[in-house]
Design a protein around this ligand. Structure first.
Ligand code: AMP
Ligand code: GLY
Length: 432
């Protein structure tokens, strides 16, 4: 088959994982823009910012790109997929209108109400007094959210009413989240186990990828502040085939139908943040793109042609049989700056990275790191992701931590309990 050129847009570990997986398909030639120094080692990177749609379009035309896969939400919300399509370039990723499912939590709630999708009850406020009064009527724990995109910091879950009120004031009075915080949601607290379920869709048909668990908190035992994600594993066994069937029927299908009815069909990746409660799966949030770091643990498990799957979705002719779920499990652990997320200093030295890439079953997905005389320097919060596949979760976990133990240097750390059994996670919490 003739080779097909695919451009992955973005610069993090998620984009490295997507590009790595696409490049394994025999007929795919993969470029990345802008990528990062680690990606440059194996794939051609174009020095174009993800926000620069005119230059991305020009590069696609000059390079004869057949398909663009957009990683992050910001360019999607700003209309990159629309601009590419208008220029005649096929894009995997929703339109700006459709990406409101992530860009406005209130829009997502209204759509879920319209489509009958199970989720937490919520009210929206744009005035502080009314929001405060609603909080006083509510019972703890309080869940307060900025409506718009807030760089992953727009959610506060707390039993401390003063802290919840302070969050309201930071959104509505102090404007800490800019336009994304001019409206807030006060939501019912959901109990249960969290799961990330991603659907690839052409707007009508869809396929669910293996469910994953994301570790959002900075410290072992789920302590410390929320981060962009400290690690992930897949598949998540607690998402049973029955849960998947319910998520397909009660979440994904009705959302796609409602979006199509509105004249804004949803094409691309629909990320469903799910709470598995006593009454079944409930939606916590939607994202309009692949999860980070879930992708680093999910794509290594996909067999078949990932390029065909994404191309089919972007073309409106998704073929579910393009991919199969492989046997086994994958675990991915983020290597982060010592002070992440509160005080990222940068400059840490990671030694032995290149050696890991040669180990069987171990995968390296680069993010904010740069090579420096035989080692890698930390250049941001999450420097790189080390992933491993194995016949089961325990084997993959063992492999990834054995690899991580061989890294040297200073100024960086990782969570030691990614994909550990719950008992171990609790023990770690007790010990910290
Ligand atoms: P979100 O950005 O909406 O995913 O929220 C970030 C995190 O806050 C989620 O992953 C959950 O851990 C937590 N969270 C959000 N909404 C709720 C809720 N209604 N009940 C309990 N926890 C929640
Ligand atoms: N891992 C959660 C996210 O990608 O937003």
């Amino acid at each position: 088959m003739a080779s097909r050129r695919i451009l992955v847009v973005g610069s993090g570990g998620r984009e490295h994982a997507l590009a790595w997986r696409l490049a394994r398909d025999p007929d795919a030639e993969v470029l990345v823009a802008p990528g990062n120094p680690g990606v440059e080692g194996t794939l051609r990177c174009l020095p174009i910012a993800e926000s620069d749609s005119p230059s991305l379009i020009a590069a696609c035309q000059a390079e004869g790109v057949d398909l663009v896969v957009v990683g992050p939400e910001a360019p999607l919300a700003a209309g990159l997929a629309d601009a590419l399509q208008r220029a005649g370039v096929k894009a995997f990723g929703p339109s700006a209108e459709a990406s409101r499912l992530e860009a406005s939590k209130w829009f997502a709630k209204q759509l879920m109400r319209e489509a009958g999708v199970p989720t937490a009850r919520a009210e929206a406020f744009d005035a502080l007094d009314a929001a405060r009064a609603a909080l006083r009527r509510a019972a703890p724990p309080y869940v307060v959210k900025a409506d718009g995109i807030a760089a992953g910091k727009g959610v506060r879950v707390t039993s401390d009413r003063d802290a919840a009120e302070d969050f309201l004031a930071s959104c509505l009075e102090r404007g800490s989240f800019g336009p994304g915080g001019r409206r807030v949601l006060i939501e019912e607290f959901l109990e249960g186990e969290e799961a990330s379920v991603m659907a690839v869709t052409d707007g009508e048909r869809f396929v669910l990828l293996p469910a994953a668990r994301d570790y959002k908190r900075a410290r072992e035992g789920d302590a410390g502040p929320n981060t962009g994600g400290m690690g992930a594993f897949a598949p998540l066994e607690s998402v049973t085939p029955r849960h998947e069937d319910e998520i397909a029927r009660r979440v994904v299908a009705p959302v796609l139908e409602a979006m199509a009815r509105r004249g804004t069909p949803y094409r691309g990746l629909l990320y469903c943040g799910i709470m598995l409660g006593p009454e079944g799966p409930l939606v916590v949030e939607f994202n309009c793109r692949f999860g980070d770091p879930e992708t680093q643990a999910v794509v290594p498990l996909l067999e078949g042609s990932f390029a065909d799957l994404l191309d089919g979705a972007a073309s409106g002719s998704l073929d579910r049989s393009s991919i199969r779920r492989g046997e086994g499990a994958a675990v991915s652990v983020a290597v982060v700056d010592r002070g992440y997320p509160e005080r990222v200093e940068g400059g840490g030295r990671i030694e032995g990275v290149d050696r890991l890439a040669a180990e069987p079953g171990v995968l390296l997905f680069h993010a904010a790191a740069a090579p420096d005389e035989g080692l890698w320097r930390v250049r941001g919060g999450r420097a790189l992701h080390v992933a491993a596949v194995g016949p089961d979760r325990e084997a993959a976990r063992h492999r990834v931590y054995r690899a991580l133990e061989r890294l040297g240097g200073e100024g960086w750390r990782f969570r030691s309990d990614i994909a550990a059994a719950r008992e171990r996670a609790r023990a770690a919490l007790g010990a910290s």
